[in-house]
Design a protein around this ligand. Sequence first.
Ligand SMILES: *Cc1c(COP(=O)(O)O)cnc(C)c1O
Length: 368
Amino acid sequence: MLLLIPGPVQTDPRVRAAMAVDIAPWDLDFRAEYAALREKITAIAGGIPGEHVTLPLQGSGHFIVEAAIRTFIPEGGRFVLPMNGTYADRMFRLATEAGRVPVPIALPDTRPVTAEELDAALAAAPDATHLCAVISETGTGILNDPEVLGAAARRAGRRLILDAVSAFGAWPFRLADHPEVDAITFTSNKCLEGMPGFAFAVCPTERTRARLGKANSWSFDLADVLVSGERAPGSSRFTPAVQVLHSFGNAIELYEAEGGQPARLARYQENMRILRAGMEALGIRPYLAPENQGPVIGIFHQPGGNFALQPFVDALKRRGVLISNFFNTKEPTFRVGTIGAVTPDDMRRAVAAIGEALRELDALPKAA
Ligand SMILES: *Cc1c(COP(=O)(O)O)cnc(C)c1O
């Protein structure tokens, strides 16, 4: 089956196979492997060795976003949050439930936030210590440029927390160029194409240490992850998803062999180009204008007529392609992921299967 969903993504068979081992996390061989993996991740984030540190946390993307917010934003503290998609909505909720106060910038879900909108919102909330934002908004596929976000935070003298869960590894970003960042967060899955189960924040070491005990949560305290890791290098506080970490090492090797971030972005962009061109040839309208289309997911208007989402998903699945059976735009759409261990040839096969599935349902737009 070819998974065309933006997480958990299609993985390479070598990454899946690496899971099939028993490992003791405190074993000295594994400790060394784990320490080396964290250093590699700091390097991929463009961090400065000794100044930035990779802080791993068991769980999914929401866990690490919540941990970053709890660790760096004081309880009851305010932060500015551009709202242009599902993951901003989710950040709003998890921050609110953690007793932090988002100050939303209301936006449509079809375009990125602008520098002017960020400047105005930050100026109107002088007590907000942070700007928090989603880079790649996986609800619709738009991309809030981390350079625009970073520059706005620096101009306003605020700190920045980034949800880079569906961007990290594919979208260019160098922590060394972003002294305003408290945390960039992501997972083992999505653009790094590992198994799901682990999440990471890359953070400035000393700023993180200064926040020890401020998270109102032991599990989500990134400063506690830092200091306990320093006490016993390579160790974990709680039982880690150790096979996920081990196989993540293979995923990172494949990432480096492919050519790292530029190569991964190029493959995803080519997947997206093939997808959008294929859908337009079938008469299916994309949800986003081409200039607002990020590389991770394509959203398309449902064609109407005989189209219904679940029968369409079923017809595609019979042809070996699996897409989401839900959408989270206001208008009815369907979603096709372009990330994971998916090649341009896979994408061409998927476009052909989508055409056949629409024909089977007699749901091809009349023009096609
Ligand atoms: C996938 C994703 C998350 C985290 O989702 P989980 O299901 O918790 O892994 C967070 N933000 C974005 C932008 C995502 O794409």
